[in-house]
Unconditional design. Sequence first.
Length: 169
Amino acid sequence: MRIAMLIVATLALLVTSAVGFLGTYRGMTDAKAIDALLGDATEELGALSGSSSEAGELKHLADSTGGMRVGAAVFGVAGLAALVLLVLAFVNRGVPWAALALVVLALVGTFVSPHYDLGPFAPASARELGYVVTVAALLGAGGAVGAWMLKNRRARAAAPQVAPAPSRA
């Protein structure tokens, strides 16, 4: 059972790492492109936001590039944390804390990244990739913690039972 959990954890953590790095790339490139396109026009978009909804959406998009960059950085750290948890799962050290850190990083990255829609043929936004990172991180962390618990339970069961010393009264 432990081997099956380690296989599931390995696959899920590799997916978490890959999609986390993809989310980093997506967030950084989208923020850079939005700044290049709308960087100087934020005042004009603010003036037009009352007259049309598209201008309001563009103004919101131009204002959210900082959140895109922060979310992208957190996704990169989550990708690295997934690789660290993968190594720790096989070494059997500090797995619960690393799993908790990974899940928290995935959740923070997902909810810091703003949602934006660049059209029907555009690639997924960083937040949509964050949903995949979060689910894969939960699955990978659960598998790693489960394998860690099974290994520790077997180690405790195989340890020799030491009888308590008689008390001298």
